[in-house]
Every structure is written in structure tokens, then in C-alpha cells.
Design a protein around this ligand. Structure first.
Ligand SMILES: [Zn+2]
Length: 146
């Protein structure tokens, strides 16, 4: 969702935390549980940490193939960060709906790969707006991250 809104921090988990804080008029969500289809990224995990969230429940883990793609984190994962943090978040993997969760992720990945560096304007209409976007796209085509 973040790339559609031109907001790199617009991930669903971070957006949900923002909305919960705003609705409850607090930045302290101690005792709250965050549910996610996919194991959260480092940014969303960190946002949950700073909000005081106690537990994160997710339906599918990131595979090695997923974390090597440039739009995932790379080699660092939330378990390593959580282990080194002063306050631990309980991380609960519930595989019961992994197939359904992976299907959702696959749809997102297909859209992402079809339009890797497009700028979305309005309701899903994509266009390359600036030379900078074209340069970034060119960079990724020439040297994709591993
Ligand atoms: Zn995220």
C-alpha cells in the first residue's frame, strides 16, 4: 500500500498502529496484540516496539526467497532484532492459514513485480512521473539486490 500512496511507511501494520493510537488518543499500546498475514517487516516491528505492543501474531513466515527480493528487508529479520532489544515482543507464528496468507502476499508481489517503480496517481492509475523514478528503475534493472 505504501508505494500506491507514495508513502514508504504506509504498511498495513504501521497504519493500523497509527489509527489505534489516534483513536485511543495515546501512543502507548501496552497489552495490545498486532495481527498480520505476513511476518512484519523491520519498520512495522519497530513501530510496534515503540508503541509498546506486547504480542505480534502472524500467519506466514518470510521464506529465504522472499527476503532476498529487494523490496523485503534483506538479511536481517525481526527475530534477531527482538532477541537484542531490551523489551521483547512475543512473536507468535500461527501456520493454520499460511496458504491463504501466502496467496494474499503473492497477489501483492505480482502487482509489485508488474509495476516495480511506478508512481500511482489517483485510484491506481500508474505512470512514471519523474526522471528520478526512471533512474531508480534503471538502477534496479541493472543491479538487482540479492
Ligand atoms: Zn511493514
Amino acid at each position: 500500500m505504501g508505494f500506491r500512496l507514495n508513502d514508504p511507511s504506509g504498511h498495513s501494520e504501521t497504519t493500523a498502529i497509527r489509527k489505534a493510537c489516534k483513536k485511543l488518543k495515546t501512543s502507548d499500546l501496552r497489552g495490545a496484540v498486532l495481527y498480520a498475514s505476513l511476518q512484519p517487516c523491520l519498520m512495522c516491528f519497530s513501530t510496534a516496539f515503540w508503541a509498546g505492543i506486547s504480542k505480534i501474531v502472524y500467519g506466514c513466515r518470510k521464506t529465504k526467497e522472499m527476503i532476498t527480493k529487494h523490496y523485503y528487508e534483506g538479511s536481517t529479520d525481526i527475530h534477531t532484532v527482538n532477541k537484542n532489544n531490551t523489551r521483547k515482543i512475543e512473536l507468535v507464528y500461527v501456520p493454520d492459514f499460511e496458504k491463504e496468507s501466502l496467496d494474499v502476499v503473492q497477489v501483492w508481489e505480482d502487482q509489485r513485480q508488474a509495476n516495480p517503480m511506478k508512481v500511482f496517481v489517483g485510484k491506481g492509475k500508474a505512470e512514471e512521473k519523474t526522471d528520478a523514478v526512471k533512474e531508480i528503475k534503471h538502477y534496479y534493472q541493472k543491479s538487482p539486490r540479492k
